[in-house]
Design a protein around this ligand. Structure first.
Ligand code: RFL
Ligand code: PHB
Length: 393
């Protein structure tokens, strides 16, 4: 066993882990990233597409703005359609003076790898059997296998950025960890197609189920339809997908949707999940390792970015000024923002989806709430503020 050491061992090389290593590098703090998958696999995952203005600002300050500013698309807000007629626009620009940017997580992940390569960062792909150890001691470590060898990495702190299925959360004792969870009885079937998208991100509430029209660039569209958890991809040839999608939009929008062959198709289950606290000793959780939101509010990636922003600030303050104040408040501060986004995503999911066994009464109640939103400036301001993302503390 060899025993190299670093200041911060980062488990997981997704957006949270790689952004943290970038921010720490800017502050002159050393880190090693341990990622269980290959780079090709990580880059092949099609996920988020919406960045809040606060996230864009963090990424720019991290030196990751160049391509995002060139290829990302700013939007004033997003549309919601229902009952085949109304059209309500969540106007973030009008109500809070903030825009959001559509920029694929895949592109951001590429930018993060490119930045890591430029600074010769230590990012170990295909690190197996990763295990955080002695996290409540003054000198924790991470053990793992890499290139066929067992290794141990000594460190001052461990950042658990290894997603919902990662190992980091599991080392927190049951007596310490409190988990809040809601599993939804449906998923999103998503496709990517090389066709021009609708001009606006457009959410649809429909008695057949929820739908979403989104985008990656002027010739790459991302669409989703709500499906039951029993559905299998094989049963959804492209023609069926397009027909179902169009059936959930008002006629005029359905006609405007340009169809074409899908280049990716996958089903994602929906879940709300929060693990408290986000710190145990010298182990800090960030991103999906600590919380999951249903994608309806477009918050998951944005929360990963805000967690990492708080964590990098806390570690910087520790190494630069010897202060533990931010480290000690990390969990509570991050959780305030997390719970705000978790509640908003849960509310929007409830408003826009068709739940099994839902009655006509409940469908009408949803439509009535949407009618109210379309009429009330006060309600619109509240939704716009939350959709745009609350400010960082
Ligand atoms: P990730 O991206 O899951 O990365 C975790 C990394 O850790 C690795 N790993 C391990 N490494 C070492 N040892 C282990 N034992 C490990 N176990 C796991 C994994 O291989 C992986 O590389 O978590 P991170 O970095 O916290 O980032 C979170 C975001 O990826 C996630 O929240 C978003 O994608 C959620 N999301 C959206 N978020 C938004 O903000 N806006 C959106 O529009 C949006 N749309 C979405 C989404 C997620 C979706 N899916 C498929 C879940 C749309 C969809 C369909
Ligand atoms: C996406 O483009 O993938 C996307 C956009 C908005 C959401 C969820 C996903 O709420």
């Amino acid at each position: 066993m060899s025993t190299p050491s670093t200041q911060v061992a980062i488990i997981g090389g997704g957006p949270a882990g790689l952004l943290l290593s970038q921010l720490l590098h800017q502050a002159g703090i050393e880190s090693v990233v341990l990622e269980s998958r290959s780079r090709a696999y990580v880059l092949g995952r099609i996920r988020a597409g919406v960045l809040e203005q606060g996230s864009v600002e963090v990424l720019r300050a991290a030196g990751l703005g160049e391509r995002m500013d060139r290829e990302g698309h700013p939007h004033d807000g997003a549309a919601i359609v229902w009952a085949g007629r109304h059209n309500y626009f969540i106007d973030c620009w009008k109500y809070v003076g903030k825009r959001f940017t559509t920029y694929g997580q895949t592109n951001l992940q590429e930018d993060l790898f490119a930045a890591a390569d430029r600074r010769n960062a230590q990012v170990l792909d295909e690190a197996l059997e990763v295990m955080p150890m002695d996290v409540t001691s003054a000198r924790p470590c991470v053990t793992f296998r890499h290139a066929g060898r067992s290794q141990r990495l000594d460190c001052d702190f461990i950042a658990g950025c290894d997603g919902y299925h990662g190992v980091s959360r599991s080392v927190m004792p049951a007596a310490v960890l409190k988990v809040f969870e809601k599993v939804y009885p449906f998923g999103w079937l998503g496709i990517l197609s090389e066709t021009p998208p609708l001009p606006n991100l457009t959410y649809a509430n429909h008695p057949r189920g929820f739908a979403l029209a989104s985008m990656r660039n002027p010739m790459l569209s991302r669409y989703y339809v709500q499906v039951s958890l029993e559905e299998r991809i094989e049963d959804w040839p492209d023609e069926r997908f397009w027909e179902e999608l169009k059936a959930r939009y008002p006629e005029e929008l359905a006609r405007a949707i340009v169809t074409g062959p899908s280049i990716e198709k996958s089903i994602a289950p929906l879940r709300s999940f929060v693990a408290e606290p986000m710190r145990h000793g010298r182990l800090f959780l960030a991103g999906d390792a600590a919380h999951i939101v249903p994608p309806t509010g477009a918050k998951g990636l944005n929360l990963a970015i805000s967690d990492v922003y708080y964590l990098a600030r806390a570690l910087t303050s520790y190494y630069r000024d010897g202060s533990s104040t931010y480290l000690d408040s990390y969990s509570a501060m991050a959780l305030r923002r997390v719970w705000g986004a978790v509640r908003f995503s849960w509310w929007l999911t409830g408003l826009l989806h068709r739940f099994p066994g839902m009655s006509d009464f409940e469908q009408r109640a949803q439509e009535c709430e949407l009618d109210y939103l379309a009429r009330s400036q006060h309600a619109q301001a509240s939704v716009a503020e939350q959709y745009a993302g609350m400010p960082f503390e």
